[in-house]
Design a binder for this molecule. Structure first.
Ligand SMILES: *Cc1c(COP(=O)(O)O)cnc(C)c1O
Ligand code: SF4
Length: 347
């Protein structure tokens, strides 16, 4: 398949696993205002329709390594569009609200979301390596859910008290924003619960900050008695450079199963070509496509929505050009259902 066009420097990939200090330093240097990001990309502010002033609401955050994968001088770059705050976010659109999944109703304990059979989701942290403008948790009441730095302890107790739960899912925010030390303690606690067999981690860090995959983290996951599944989050083949490929390689060598979930996003990946290239590139780096989400109707993200009919048409085209194992499941989350609802795109 064609290589994604990247016209300026790529991060070089090192064979050695990264150290914790590396990613924490990288994160501190992330872009936090649109002006400096646009300047480094050689894009004139006037080329962007309605930039939001910095520090307004959900702040901008973009790791430099991720920005280096954006096309120089291209105001319509699919990576840039995912992270650039826009005035459009302040439009109120009917049907787009603050708790679109009604998750506040499914918390037996703050920080634990138990909606689906056998699986429970731990909200481990509010922090993320990147702030995606379409994020459905952009208005989640994290402070209530967490209750302080180690607020997940009560959530772990609630999980231990329900023997129907076989799979613990670490979510957030991004669970890989936690230090190796905190993650290790959390995994220790989960391993102590006899009915938990699987550990699933949902993270965008291997994509936006591949330095996060440290030797310490790899060793801890390799040694776990739990079967570990890592669901990464990539929306576009251009996100998947050599450094990401190397991180995925190391994760697979540690015995993890790697899956991807993406979100269907207007002007980012809402065509069959972009989706096919994403699936093919994921497979090249050892990741299978899992879910393709129709956008959750969260306030501020309406400009990313893709109509259902269009999404179904893209799936039919994908199905015609890819092997079945590279076709993700198009799903929508509907409050009150027993799982994510597959959207039927066939006859
Ligand atoms: C998505 C999700 C899961 C996992 O669902 P799968 O279909 O197994 O991937 C579990 N709990 C919650 C609350 C979720 O949103
Ligand atoms: S990394 Fe995930 S949780 Fe964090 S802002 Fe992006 S979509 Fe939201």
């Amino acid at each position: 398949m064609p290589e994604p066009a990247i016209e300026h420097a790529r991060p070089t990939c090192t064979a050695q696993p990264a150290l914790e200090a590396d990613w924490q330093a990288e994160l501190r240097q992330a872009y936090r205002d649109p002006q400096s990001l646009l300047r480094d990309l050689g894009i004139d502010e006037s080329a962007i329709d309605g930039l939001t002033p910095p520090k307004h609401g959900f702040a901008m955050r973009v790791p430099r390594g991720f920005a280096r994968r954006m096309r120089y001088g291209d105001a319509r770059d699919p990576l840039l569009l995912q992270v650039l705050p826009r005035q459009l976010e302040h439009n109120s659109v009917p049907g787009f609200g603050n708790d679109p999944l009604m998750e506040s109703q499914f918390q037996p304990q703050p920080g634990l979301i138990h909606k689906y059979h056998g699986r429970a989701l731990l909200i481990t942290t509010a922090a993320c390596g990147v702030h995606c403008r379409y994020c459905f948790r952009r208005s989640f009441p994290y402070n209530e859910a967490r209750e302080g730095a180690d607020g997940w302890q009560k959530a772990v107790q609630a999980l231990a008290a329900d023997s129907t739960i076989e799979e613990a899912i670490l979510s957030g925010g991004d669970p890989l924003s936690l230090s190796d030390d905190k993650l290790t303690r959390l995994i220790d606690a989960l391993e102590d619960i006899p009915h938990v067999r699987r550990l699933r981690i949902h993270s965008r860090q291997p994509i936006v900050l591949p330095e996060r995959i440290t030797g310490t983290l790899l060793a801890r996951l390799r040694d776990s008695r739990l079967r570990v599944v890592l669901v990464v989050h990539s929306n576009h083949a251009q996100e998947l450079d050599a450094a990401v490929a190397s991180a995925c390689d190391q994760l697979r060598s540690a015995g993890l199963t790697l899956l991807n979930q993406a979100v269907m996003l207007a002007n980012v990946n809402d065509d069959a070509e972009a989706q096919a290239r994403l699936s093919e590139r994921l497979f090249e780096i050892g990741v299978l496509p899992y879910y393709l989400h129709q956008l959750d109707p969260v306030a501020g993200a309406a400009h990313f929505a893709v109509a259902d009919d269009r999404a179904r048409g893209i799936m039919r085209e994908l199905n015609a050009r890819l092997p079945g194992y590279l076709v993700p499941r198009l799903v929508r989350e509907v409050p009150g259902e027993q799982g994510k609802l597959p959207m039927n795109w066939g006859l």
